[in-house]
Design a protein around this ligand. Sequence first.
Ligand SMILES: Nc1ncnc2c1ncn2[C@@H]1O[C@H](COP(=O)(O)OP(=O)(O)OP(=O)(O)O)[C@@H](O)[C@H]1O
Length: 603
Amino acid sequence: MGTWSDTGIEIPFGRTSGKVKTLCPKCREGSRRHKLDKSLSVNLDEGLYKCHYCGFSGSINQKKDYYNHREMEKKTYRKPAWQNNTKLSDKLARYLEDERKLSQATLKKFRLSEGLHYIPAKDRKCNTLQFPYFLNGEVVNVKYRTGDKAWAIEAGCELILYNLDSTVGKEEVIITEGELDCMSFGECGFESVVSVPNGANGTAYLDNYIEEYFDDKQTVYIAVDTDRKGIILRNELIRRFGPERCKVVTYGPGCKDANEHLVKYGPESLRIAVANAEEIRIEGIFTLPDIRQQADLLFREGLHPGMTTGHSDFDRLLSFETGRLCVVTGIPSHGKSEFVDEIAVRLNLNYGLKFAYFSPENHPLPYLAAKLVSKFTGKRFDRESLRPGAYERACAHIGDNFSFIYPEEDFGIGNILEKASFLVKKKGIRVLVIDPYNAIEHQMPHGTNETNYISALLSKLVTFARQKDVLVFLVAHPRKMEMKGGVPTAPNLYDVNGSANFYNKADFGFTVYRDYREDHVRVDVHKVKFKHLGKCGAAYFSYDYANGRYVPFVNGKKGKEDDTDYLESYCQGSQSSIGFTKSAEELEQEFIADTTEAADLPF
Ligand SMILES: Nc1ncnc2c1ncn2[C@@H]1O[C@H](COP(=O)(O)OP(=O)(O)OP(=O)(O)O)[C@@H](O)[C@H]1O
């Protein structure tokens, strides 16, 4: 453990516990105008620090437990250009007061304004209602809304929660799905209220702020819309904040959001809706009303296959869902890790899923990063094959989407899952890869046999997967396989060293088998728990040694090798052969650009 003075941080005399604000040793010199701005928040109890100005952050207790070098780097964002933002027209102020029940005091408090702004979805300047996004009292972004709900935000400016400053020092917070809903709670006297900036399109805006602004909250009221997208957002917010401190606000018949409720039933009724917010059920007894909303959704929309890789031969056998355990086995060096990485790259590109790896097998971590770079870029990992620009882009992408858990000590499952839980909160990871099972430090309690021990460990993984809604890949070695005709036979899940529980407890399971004679790789899917997600069978591939990608091997023939840089088209947001759509960041911005609806504002 380090000391505060090791990091150059000066703690006010006499303070040894609680939270303090002090000067940041990184940016107090340099170009800062306010040399005395105490921009560094320090949590003395937990040894954590973070600067709101330059992003300098870390922990004096840090033992390099997990790392991701971009963690410590804060992106630099543009600030919106200065403009006179002090006025609303009579027409708009009257509309917000009469039709939206937002008083002038609230409009002033949230510092709304009005003016012409270029709206990309309409390709012209329109009159807009303007919501400034403040961070530490400074405008860091502005959202523009036309009369018919076309949105725009400032390009290149940081996307943060709306009204984030209001949460500082409060024990509770209400999270809404729109600025007017946020203001509706403000109208009812709630002080700590925020809105997500982009509807239900990802929660990356939480990554930099969730610890600093929300770790101290005892209750998080999820007060988002109650339509389909709102339910998806609600579930993701609960996943990131942790169900134990979340309560869900509902608005009653005929109201899908807070402003509708305010307009229809008034402020007192909205306050009652918050008081009646329901706790999240974590475990125990369920009755149908508890699961009715989700059941109705399934009934309306049917059971769909899960997420696919874009390798059609494999996809017809297996599609993935989060909240599940997938066991992968295969003889050493047959490509288990390589094939899991292949799936990782494709699920990341297709669905924006973020990954955490516990993979001591791939030590040191830069080797694992190099493998991922090759898979994303399609190029051999060397300076002749890979252009520096493509390398940089791949590193940036991997930095945003992949985290690595590598404790200096304690490889026990408890510690690994604790780190993974932290990454669910901090980075929104959706997939955990444990590669391999035998790298976990096994602490078998005295008197337990191996089968019971494995069963208990797998139960922990299944519970983690369900509670955190994370897909867990567990790579496990098989026992020594029999030889047939001079080659080892392919294992199945029952052959995994130690216990039939690897088969029994898995939701999905497959084997990667390298057929040296036929020069192809066979992936045998042995288990798919729910039939709408797939079936057992084999898919064939050949392995491209240069970039580590798998190429379909169909009718005894190797398919065309593919060395395209996936990130090139991904960053341009175009559709590719593997079916990916857009980066999470683009999706977030895009939502804002193209939600045009029926006019409601009076211009
Ligand atoms: N089909 C293949 N053809 C050629 N090389 C391969 C093939 N599959 C994997 N490899 C290479 O073999 C090495 C081991 O691959 P990988 O780590 O994926 O195997 P594994 O099954 O996970 O092995 P282990 O059980 O030892 O962890 C890597 O260098 C990889 O590039």
